[in-house]
Design a protein around this ligand. Structure first.
Ligand code: CTP
Ligand code: MG
Length: 240
């Protein structure tokens, strides 16, 4: 089976429906199936908006977003979204068991599938220490989890759907460097395409391509090595 999950932006421009300012302008890049792409940029630079165009939470106003070579506006929404795992910046867990929270996007997931996703997301061991393990209720009246534990749980929720494309919106911010690199290594193993929004240089070093955004534009893109040579801004982030 050929690898699926290529993502390409062709001169994409975007503004929110109720606004007349472009939030994204002339964005072009491509990620081949199985590649990891890291997206960096200051707050408000358009990182979340960029990710949202892929599962078509919003549609591009100019240019096109292609998934496996097909304009995503021409794809059936369900077909498009089925192949995408999206971990939003604001994590949403509900008051239910750990297992229910992980299988939220795939109701028929078996316990084995749930555990496999949790292991890959580096949260299985934490879950095994909870009073009722996968049956522990979290949230209101249940066990409270730390910020980093919630992040990993919501990553597990995306993984249980076995996506070809995984969108991670700044959802490893609370993880220590060691846990994060173990997680990224596991994800590499899944050979899905990963678009990872991050502020941390520790998570960009292993990316195939890094996009540096500023004010809705792509300032620079390239490998860590290339940006270290060509981008003063990237060097400055690296040294800070
Ligand atoms: N924006 C908007 N309407 C929305 C969401 C965002 O007009 N519903 C605007 C924001 O005010 C901002 C721009 O779009 O000027 C980009 O926002 P976003 O993509 O969320 O930026 P991020 O780079 O994701 O910022 P952060 O690092 O803070 O998450
Ligand atoms: Mg954001």
């Amino acid at each position: 089976r050929p690898l699926k999950g290529a993502v390409e932006f062709r001169q994409v421009g975007f503004r929110y429906p109720d606004s007349d300012v472009n939030v994204l302008s002339d964005i072009s890049f491509s990620a081949r199936a199985g590649e990891t792409l890291a997206i960096m940029g200051s707050t408000g630079s358009g990182k979340t908006s960029l990710l949202g165009l892929i599962p078509r939470l919003y549609e591009a106003d100019e240019g096109a977003v292609l998934v496996d070579g097909i304009d995503n506006r021409k794809m059936e929404l369900e077909t498009l979204r089925r192949q995408i795992g999206y971990v939003p910046q604001e994590i949403m867990l509900f008051s239910g068991t750990v297992a229910e929270n992980i299988s939220w996007g795939k109701r028929d997931a078996s316990l084995d599938e749930i555990k496999d996703a949790a292991k890959r997301a580096q949260i299985h061991e934490t879950i095994m220490k909870l009073p009722l393990q996968y049956d522990t209720v979290i949230g209101q009246k249940g066990v409270n989890l730390s910020g980093g534990q919630k992040q990993r749980l919501s990553i597990a929720r995306a993984l249980v759907r076995k996506p070809a494309i995984l969108l991670l919106d700044d959802c490893t911010s609370a993880l220590d460097v060691r846990t994060e690199s173990a997680l990224l290594a596991e994800l590499k193993d899944l050979s899905c395409t990963i678009l990872l929004v991050t502020q941390k240089i520790s998570s960009t070093a292993n990316a195939d391509t890094i996009l540096l955004m500023d004010d809705g534009r792509l300032l620079a893109s390239g490998s860590h090595h290339e940006l270290m040579q060509n981008s003063l801004l990237y060097q400055r982030i690296y040294e800070s």
